[in-house]
Design a protein around this ligand. Structure first.
Ligand SMILES: [Zn+2]
Ligand SMILES: [Zn+2]
Length: 493
């Protein structure tokens, strides 16, 4: 998810800037400073890109320090582009120039586009600048072999496809509902309800956005497709299509999208199909099926809705600290309200960040493990003794099975673990490298190795995930009920 794009949207449209015209004499200065800011950011990106490319070509190989510095540098440049953009629209007065001086206020979409234009320009320049480095280091998603033009098109598609849901959400909220039903916005429950309904919509139609975001084509008929289809059939997994995700052979990865059985894609990257044996590909496919069988996507949707309740409780809690911030403001003799508003905003942001980091991170890592276990079951033989291992799709003719009654076998676990190790190797990942959402590959392999030695322990693992889900679900439900009650209590409806 391109987080920086979301932040830029928030900066542009979430925060109201000052109104009024920019004095005619200042227009040239504003434009000059703006160009300067954009040029500075672009120069840094080009500098970093060429530096990395130069280092790699001189050394003849990719070294970890260069990779690390490049990653760090790219992140800093991303932050800088946001700072420059915030400065352009809020301090320099780009929005005022566009809306008042040039009279675009009230034009549907055109005004928004014009306000957003500087960020788009910075973004395209930064992508272009970093391209040389990314190509030399072979980092980042997308086809790097196809030249700069193709790279930019892919990056743009990705951003649009992934951010489109947010834009739809924003436009629906502000333009449609305000016109059709102006009184609606006055209800306290309006906002959380809208976010929930639109969030559910986004979840339902997410397959459309994935197809916009990434270049894909249907997996052609052949042995692999046959194997995957019959294995899916065996456990009653329904989907619209299996798609090959074209990454110019850069990335070994897979994902599943969509919560409706009739509208759901499984994506496997070109490099995955190229490098893995059909058995390993089936194991990875099984991991994605596992996300669906265990209803992970649906639960994530529920988690985000429930988190609105948590957020509202946090906001109430932070509001109660207002007297403390007011006192601090007086002690610092700052303008009234400034310290209080900034302080409360920051406190809420930090609380929310910690909550997501801890709770969502843990939930997501548990789900990945559960999907891993399912992937292993997917390629396990369902016979009493193993070895000798009988390929599940060869034994499939007997009868289909419920996805929840599949069993693990040692060879299946090993096969899934090999596939997972392959993902790490082909993507140039450090197996011990931490991943907030997935857990490190090494820890996932350890867990699988442990399961291989103690197949009976699977049941207690499943029980612990189930308890975590139910427990978290109850807490979230309670948070929603409490926040609705407290908003009724405070008099609003
Ligand atoms: Zn997964
Ligand atoms: Zn077996």
């Amino acid at each position: 998810m391109p987080v920086s794009l979301l932040i830029a949207l928030l900066l542009a449209f979430g925060v109201d800037g000052p109104r009024g015209r920019v004095p005619a004499g200042d227009v040239a200065t504003v434009l000059g400073f703006m160009l300067g800011g954009v040029a500075l950011t672009a120069a840094l990106a080009f500098g970093l890109g060429f530096w990395a490319a130069h280092r790699v070509s001189r050394a003849g190989h990719v070294s970890n320090p260069v990779r690390r510095r490049f990653t760090l540098g790219s992140r800093l440049i991303t932050v800088l582009s946001l700072v420059v953009y915030a400065w352009i629209i809020h301090s320099l007065g780009w929005s005022r120039l566009v809306l008042s001086n040039w009279g675009l206020r009230g034009w549907i979409l055109l005004d928004d586009l014009a306000i957003f234009f500087p960020f788009l320009a910075i973004q395209v320049l930064v992508w272009s600048g970093l391209f040389a480095g990314e190509r030399a280091l072979r980092v980042g998603a997308g086809d790097l072999a196809g030249g700069l033009g193709r790279h930019l098109v892919l990056r743009t598609r990705q951003s649009i496809g992934l951010v489109m849901p947010v834009i739809v959400l924003y436009l629906a909220r502000h333009d449609l509902i305000d016109k059709v039903w102006p009184r609606w916005a006055r209800y306290q429950v309006a906002e959380p309800l809208e976010v929930s309904v639109l969030g559910a919509l986004v979840l339902l139609i997410s397959p459309v956005f994935v197809r916009i975001a990434w270049p894909t084509h249907s997996l052609p008929p052949g042995p692999l497709r046959e194997r995957l289809e019959s294995a899916a059939d065996r456990v009653g997994f329904k989907f619209t299509d299996i798609l090959v995700w074209d990454t110019g052979n850069m990335m070994v990865n897979a994902c599943v999208t969509g919560i409706l059985p009739g509208f759901r894609y499984v994506l496997l990257t070109d490099a995955l199909i190229e490098t893995m044996t059909p058995y390993e590909a089936a194991a990875v496919f099984g991991h994605e099926v596992g996300h669906v069988v265990h209803r992970h996507l649906l639960y994530f949707g529920f988690f985000f809705v429930g988190s609105l309740g948590v957020l509202s409780l946090m906001a109430t809690g932070v509001e109660s600290t207002a007297p403390m911030f007011d006192w601090l403001g007086r002690a610092l003799s700052a303008p009234s309200g400034l310290v209080s508003e900034t302080g409360q905003g920051l406190a809420l942001l930090i609380l929310l960040g910690v909550y997501f980091w801890v709770v969502f991170g843990r939930l997501s890592r548990r789900f990945e493990r559960q999907a891993d276990v399912f992937g292993a079951k997917f390629v396990s033989c369902q016979t009493a003794v193993c070895p000798p291992h009988i390929e599940p799709d060869l034994a499939a003719s007997e009868s289909s099975q419920s996805a929840h009654s599949l069993k693990l076998c040692p060879v299946g676990v090993r096969r899934f673990a090999d596939a997972l190790a392959g993902v790490a190797i082909h993507n140039g990942l450090d197996p011990a490298g931490r991943s907030w959402r997935h857990g490190s590959i090494a820890s996932r392999l350890d867990f699988l190795g442990w399961l291989e030695r103690n197949p009976a322990a699977e049941q207690s693992f499943q029980t612990s995930v189930f308890r975590f889900r139910v427990g978290l679900g109850l807490v979230l439900l309670l948070a929603v009920v409490l926040s609705i009650m407290s908003s009724l209590w405070s008099g609003g409806f």
